[in-house]
Design a protein around this ligand. Structure first.
Ligand code: GDP
Length: 350
C-alpha cells in the first residue's frame, strides 16, 4: 500500500482544518502543527481522537515556522509524503503593524520547510505545497489575474508571500523538488477568522439581528474581491500535489463583488434591505424600511496601501486539475450568515 502521510503547518486555521478533514476522508494519516501560543483548536476539535487508540490518524504537534530545529525534528519523525505550508500571519492589515514577524513567518518560514526537506533528503519522497495568495497581484497589472500576470505586492504580508512564492519555484528548479504554489484568491466560510471582512460582516449581521450589536464599522466599502468557499479550495490544494509534475496554479471563482455588495446580500438573508447615504468617510448604510443606521465607515480600517480589486482567471486549474469552485457567491454568504446566527445566538453578550 502507498504511504499517504500529510504534514500540515497551521492546522488550526480555516484552511488547515478543512484540508485535514478532506485528507482524513481520503485515508491519509495527518500530522498538523500549531503554535504553543495559539490556544485555539476549535476548528479541529471534531477531528481529534485520542492518539492512544489503535487507528488514530490525526495528530497535532506543537511547532512554529519561525523555529527551524523543531520543524526538522518533526518532519524527520513523521516522514511525510505531502507537506502543506499553510502556517502564516495571514491578515493584511495586521502585517502593517507586525511586518518583521510577518516576514519571518510568511517568508523565511517557507525557506525553513524547504531546507528541512533538503537536509532530511526527502526531495524524492515528499511533495510540497505553498499557500500563495492573490495578494501577490496587489496593484493589479491586468484583469483578470492569471499565472503569468506580473506581481505587485502592496503590503508587508504580500511582500513576504512573494519571497515564498519564488523560493518555492527556485527549490523546484534548483533541486528538482516536487514543490508547487497554489495562488488562492480569497476563500471564506463559517470558520473564517473574525477580523476578515466577510466574517466580520456576517457576524455583525447576526449580532444586529439578535439585538447584541447596533452597528457595523468598516473601512473601504468599494474594495472588490473574488470570494470563493474555502471548502472548495482545499480540494484544489490536494489536486495540485497529485499532479505528476509540480507547477503553479490560480484557484479562483472568476467572479468579483464589492464589500458593499457583500453587506447588502448578507442583510438580505435576514430580510433587511440596505440603502446608502453620504459619501467617503461619511457614508452610511441604513435599513431601507426603518432608517436605522446599520453600517458606518471608520477610517481606522483603511490600509496604508490598498488592494482595490482582485479577480482571478482559474482556466489553468480547470484544464489541468479538473478543478472548479462549486459554491455560488449568494450561497456562500447565506451559509456564513446562517452559521453566525447560530454561533452568536449561543454566545453571552460581550
Ligand atoms: P484581504 O483581501 O486578504 O485583505 O482580506 P480582508 O477580508 O481582510 O479584506 C478584503 C477587503 O475588504 C480589503 O480591500 C479591505 O480593505 C476591505 N475592508 C473594508 N472594511 C474592512 C474591515 O473592516 N476589515 C477588513 N478586514 N477588511 C475591510
Amino acid at each position: 500500500m502507498v504511504r499517504k502521510v500529510a504534514f500540515i503547518t497551521g492546522v488550526t486555521g480555516q484552511d488547515g482544518a478543512l484540508l485535514a478533514e478532506l485528507l482524513l476522508g481520503k485515508g491519509y494519516e495527518v500530522h498538523g502543527t500549531k503554535r504553543r501560543s495559539s490556544s485555539f483548536t476549535g476548528r479541529v476539535d471534531h477531528l481529534y481522537v485520542d492518539p492512544h487508540v489503535e487507528d488514530a490518524r490525526f495528530f497535532i504537534h506543537y511547532a512554529d515556522v519561525t523555529d527551524s530545529t523543531n520543524l526538522i525534528r518533526l518532519i524527520q519523525e513523521v516522514q511525510p509524503t505531502e507537506i502543506y505550508n499553510l502556517a502564516a500571519q495571514s491578515h493584511v492589515q495586521v502585517s502593517f503593524e507586525t511586518p518583521e514577524y510577518t516576514a519571518n513567518a510568511d517568508g523565511i518560514g517557507t525557506l525553513r520547510l524547504l531546507e528541512a526537506i533538503r537536509i532530511l533528503k526527502l526531495e524524492d519522497t515528499a511533495r510540497f505545497y505553498q499557500a500563495s495568495t492573490s495578494e501577490l497581484y496587489g496593484k493589479v497589472q491586468e484583469i483578470p489575474q492569471k499565472e503569468t500576470t506580473p506581481f505587485y505586492p502592496r503590503s508587508p504580508y504580500a511582500a513576504a508571500k512573494l519571497y515564498s512564492f519564488w523560493i518555492t519555484v527556485n527549490y523546484r528548479e534548483a533541486y528538482g523538488m516536487h514543490a508547487s504554489n497554489g495562488i488562492l484568491f480569497n476563500h471564506e466560510g463559517p470558520t473564517r477568522g473574525e477580523t476578515f471582512v466577510t466574517r466580520k460582516i456576517t457576524r455583525a449581521v447576526a449580532a444586529i439581528t439578535l439585538g447584541k450589536q447596533k452597528r457595523l464599522y468598516l473601512g473601504n466599502l468599494d474594495a472588490k474581491r473574488d470570494w470563493g468557499n474555502a471548502r472548495d479550495y482545499v480540494e484544489g490544494m490536494w489536486r495540485i500535489l497529485q499532479q505528476e509534475t509540480p507547477d503553479d496554479y490560480v484557484l479562483a471563482t472568476g467572479e468579483m463583488h464589492s464589500v458593499r455588495e457583500f453587506i447588502e446580500l448578507a442583510f438580505q438573508h435576514v430580510d433587511r434591505a440596505i440603502t446608502w447615504r453620504g459619501e467617503g468617510v461619511d457614508e452610511q448604510g441604513l435599513d431601507a424600511k426603518t432608517g436605522e443606521v446599520l453600517v458606518e465607515v471608520d477610517p481606522r480600517y483603511f490600509r496604508p496601501t490598498e488592494v482595490e480589486l482582485l479577480l482571478g482567471d482559474p482556466s489553468k486549474a480547470r484544464e489541468k486539475l479538473g478543478w472548479t469552485h462549486k459554491t455560488p457567491f449568494r450561497e456562500l454568504v447565506r451559509e456564513m450568515v446562517a452559521s453566525d446566527l447560530a454561533v452568536v445566538g449561543q454566545e453571552k453578550w460581550r
